[in-house]
Design a protein around this ligand. Structure first.
Ligand SMILES: Nc1ncnc2c1ncn2[C@@H]1O[C@H](COP(=O)(O)OP(=O)(O)O)[C@@H](O)[C@H]1O
Ligand SMILES: [Mg+2]
Length: 224
């Protein structure tokens, strides 16, 4: 359902060019849990941004459900992002003046479908990520791992088909990292959401069923 064909991204079309992605091709099936691994600077974030329609590649195509999304207008891509894609970043990006519950339901209310009870849904999602007893806490009253799990619940509010997570555990200790990764595994298994996550920790392979390894913008390994 998600296919990448000969993807390339070159930054800086002036004197100094960085070939951040070089001829990348692979496909990911519905319901997969895929890890993108590689050293710092290998192109992981660049690849995730292209897949998540947050940036446009220099060449090559991305196909989602037989639609060549690289050819779509900015508006059509924005609609796709809002309706079908969810994002989790390294820094949790919660709004400090909102509670966990508000952080999760407000994006749904502002951007999502009409007629959905987003407050109820946000509560259920916070329960799903193990924070049912923290819903009225503010970010500063939560640990880093708990904040990241709020961010995961927020990414789920519009019922996305694919979640993109860029080094979601980079700022977390080992125990919190494990909880965050187990949360992603759980939503992949329970809600059948496709999860594509980036990590530079080889140990995180164990959470994935598919693996893409990058080195200097090239794909050096694919499989599990
Ligand atoms: N906006 C940008 N402009 C120029 N070069 C960039 C930009 N973003 C990333 N790069 C370069 O592209 C390469 C890949 O970066 P990135 O995708 O962030 O790697 P990773 O996430 O694996 O650490 C690096 O050499 C980086 O310096
Ligand atoms: Mg990165």
């Amino acid at each position: 359902m998600l296919e990448v064909r000969n993807l390339a991204k070159i930054y800086g079309l002036g004197e100094v060019q960085v070939r951040a992605l070089d001829d990348i091709s692979f496909s990911i099936s519905d319901g997969d849990m895929v890890c993108i691994m590689g050293k710092s600077g290998s192109g992981k974030s660049t690849l995730l941004r292209q897949l998540g329609l947050l940036d446009r590649p220099t060449s090559g195509d991305i196909i989602i459900d037989n639609e060549v999304v690289t050819k779509l207008s900015d508006d059509a891509r924005a609609t796709l992002r809002l309706q079908h894609l969810g994002y989790v970043f390294q820094e949790y990006a919660l709004l400090a003046e909102l509670t966990a519950h508000e952080n999760v339901f407000l994006p749904g209310m502002m951007l999502g479908e009409k007629g959905v009870d987003f407050k109820k849904r946000a509560k259920e999602l916070l329960e799903l990520v193990g924070l049912g007893r923290r819903i009225h806490h503010y970010p500063k009253e939560l640990s880093g791992g708990e904040q990241q799990r709020v961010a995961i619940a927020r990414a789920l509010i519009n019922n996305p088909r694919i979640i993109f997570a860029d080094e979601p555990c980079a700022n977390l200790d080992t125990i919190s990292s494990k909880k965050v990764m187990e949360t992603l595994v759980n939503l992949n298994q329970e809600m059948k959401v496709t999860v594509i996550f980036v990590s530079h920790d080889p140990d995180d392979k164990k959470y994935a069923r598919g693996l893409i390894v990058l080195s200097d913008g090239k794909m050096v390994k694919e499989g599990s």
